[in-house]
Design a protein around this ligand. Structure first.
Ligand code: AMP
Length: 178
């Protein structure tokens, strides 16, 4: 499945969740068997020889893709969740994203000291969410192998923001604009 095929499976919903946002809805891609499989294969491919110890996925769409990528890489999955959702002892980090702000959290015992972690989410826009996830993982002394996303919105420059933190980003498709 080519990048153009994957792109054609993403549905765009204008003015969601608020006016002016072009929401890139991946539920249509996830619902397509070939699309889902190709997407997970392509996200995992660059990291097959990277000795990844864990995939960390960001709530909620990063869970679907991150869990599948972890399975492909033969490692475990660690959830990074919105505040108040994880039952154990957590640490948190404030973040701002394209259309809001909040706090994300991770279990303090989720990552072994020095573990090699791959970060996965569906989309990078301003990079605020991914940057916060990088900070959280580093608070737990993770070694971040990279950050993989299905969609990049290059006009919002999130990729360069995260790469400026020393984390290489890998994305499958791009949409112009925001
Ligand atoms: P950001 O922190 O600005 O990079 O935003 C990335 C996070 O917000 C990801 O978890 C995305 O799922 C979500 N997001 C931001 N902008 C969009 C958009 N235009 N379409 C779909 N999801 C988005």
């Amino acid at each position: 499945m080519t990048k153009a095929d994957l792109k054609a499976l993403v549905r765009t919903i204008p003015d969601y969740p608020r006016p002016g946002i072009m929401f890139r809805d991946i539920t249509t891609l996830l619902g397509n068997a070939k699309g889902l499989s190709a997407c997970v294969d392509q996200l995992a491919a660059p990291y097959r020889e990277s000795a990844v110890d864990a995939v960390a996925g960001i709530e909620a769409r990063g869970f679907i893709l991150g869990g599948a990528v972890a399975d492909r890489l033969g490692c475990g999955f660690v959830p990074i969740r919105k505040q108040g959702k994880l039952p154990g002892k957590t640490i948190g980090q404030d973040y701002e994203l394209e259309y809001g702000a909040g706090v994300i959290e991770i279990h303090t015992d989720a990552i072994a000291h020095g573990a090699r972690v791959l970060l996965v989410d569906d989309l990078i826009a301003t990079g605020g969410t991914a940057a916060a996830a990088v900070k959280l993982l580093r608070k737990l002394d993770a070694e971040i192998v990279g950050a993989a996303f299905v969609i990049d919105l290059p006009d919002l420059k999130g990729r360069s923001r995260v790469e400026a933190m020393g984390v290489e980003c890998y994305t499958l498709i791009e949409f112009e604009g925001d």
